[in-house]
Design a protein around this ligand. Structure first.
Ligand code: BG6
Length: 434
């Protein structure tokens, strides 16, 4: 890869921190308490106890050879009870974390929002009446004011389409409202406004800040060159009414305009969103896990028994070639792979190791495709594996494992898996040999 390429891993606060008693409650705490929502009735109260073990976790990142780490800030840790009161110890925790990263030669990429909304924000009203965006903009200003002297790379939010599609529209993620139609679209607009106001706050507090937002979705990969144009169009097509389309979020973020064809697809006019040049990401972050394959004849059906993850996502490594290529073409910005990883059922063997060979193969196959994109001239600036640690996997509870490092949820012992050492080797050689 190019020199200065970011090699690292990503995590999120609710999924790893634990220490619920030292933060305010969020929509995800409430959701976990709703019977039947989370496998095994699990919750984020302990997660991987990163709040306690953060030094050990940063040492693991150093052992991996990472030069970059994406983590998220827990909004309810900064503002536990309301807009006027910054919580004791929350900012200090992240302050120490940032210093700990810099001491280890690791560049922090701070994500302000990975879906846990403080309960006092009352999203059922505030996402519709503009208060959510206002509170979020203020929160961004407080965090950037504290960390902006050392943190230059900021992510306003993770996968807004997942929060809207699964959380406001669906019922499988918090807050689980099941909204539809214009109301759901208004919620999406409220979230896009929050992106805009947080960009303004960050840019105000932190000169030279590089801002991004993580986008997720399905990349449609052409299997032959003649299908490239149709696959590109299909990747950005409007997907109604599920709110999962890349373009439904990225177009208004990059240009202030919803995609052409919106009114026809949804049956009503697009909402207004707050936007200015400040809202435009400086680089595009893509969280890519899965994709589909396409020929001129249409989408290819996966062969029965084809490789798939433990959450049943088909393994389609070309997403790391076509995703960066298509996004660079459409939005013109450098590309970071912000998440890419495999859910599986790993355990510590009698020998004391975790031989996750399928994850090694997953990583190699995906990085070979990413390298192909780089060799073809796509400006890819980094790769963050999801995830550093096994963690609370949302509706799956603790039963699906995404980590490079195994976490024992009784003892909280960390055991680097075989894939950790393989990725460390690839990082050390800067991808030579892929
Ligand atoms: C990403 C999220 O979409 O996928 C992560 O940003 C999540 O938070 C990861 O853990 C795995 O997804 P899922 O849907 O299996 O929980």
């Amino acid at each position: 890869m190019k020199s200065g390429f970011w090699w690292g891993a990503a995590t999120s606060a609710f999924q790893i921190e634990g220490a619920r008693d030292s933060r305010g409650d969020s929509t995800w705490d409430q959701f976990c308490e709703t019977p039947g929502k989370i496998a095994g009735g699990h919750n984020g109260d302990h997660a991987a106890r990163h709040f306690e073990f953060w030094r050990e976790d940063l040492d693991l990142l150093r052992l991996l050879g990472a030069n970059s780490y994406r983590f998220s800030i827990s909004w309810p840790r900064i503002f536990p009870n309301g807009a006027s009161e910054v919580g004791a110890g929350g900012l200090e925790f992240y302050d120490r974390l940032v210093d700990g990263l810099l001491e280890r030669g690791i560049e922090p990429l701070v994500n302000l929002f990975h879906w846990e909304i403080p309960l006092w924000v009352k999203p059922e009203e505030s996402i519709l009446n503009g208060d959510f965006a206002k509170h979020f903009g203020d929160y961004a200003g407080v965090v950037a004011g504290k960390l902006g002297d050392r943190v230059k790379h900021w992510m306003t939010m993770n996968e807004p389409n997942c929060l809207i599609g699964d959380g406001f529209g669906g019922t499988v993620h918090a807050p689980g409202y099941g909204w539809t139609g214009q109301k759901l679209m208004q919620a999406q607009a409220g979230l896009l406004d929050a992106h805009h106001l947080s960009c303004s706050s960050i840019r105000k507090c932190c000169s030279g800040a590089q801002i991004t937002v993580a986008l997720a979705g399905t990349v449609v990969c052409p299997v032959d060159p003649t299908a490239e144009e149709s696959a590109y169009q299909a990747t950005f097509a409007l997907d109604t009414p599920t709110h999962w389309s890349f373009s439904l979020y990225a177009d208004p973020i990059y240009s202030g305009e919803f995609p052409t064809g919106f009114t026809q697809a949804f049956g009503f006019d697009p909402p207004q969103v707050r936007w200015s040049e400040e809202s435009i990401p400086d680089f595009t972050t893509l969280n890519l896990y899965s994709g589909t394959r396409y020929t001129e004849g249409g989408l290819l059906k996966a062969v029965p028994g084809a490789p798939a993850s433990a959450v049943e996502w088909p393994v389609v490594p070309e997403i790391l070639y076509w995703g960066p290529k298509f996004f660079e073409r459409r939005y013109g910005k450098p590309i970071l792979i912000g998440e890419n990883g495999l859910a599986s059922m790993d355990w510590v063997t009698l020998d004391g190791d975790v031989p996750d060979h399928h994850r090694i193969d997953f990583i190699r196959r995906h990085l070979i495709e990413l390298k192909r994109a780089v060799d073809d001239g796509v400006n890819v600036i980094g790769y963050h594996h999801w995830s550093l640690l096994d963690n609370f996997e949302w509706q799956e509870g603790y039963r699906k494992r995404f980590g490079l490092v195994h976490v024992d949820y009784e003892t909280f012992k960390r055991t680097p898996k075989a894939s950790f050492f393989e990725l460390a080797k690839l990082i050390k050689s800067n991808g030579i040999g892929l």
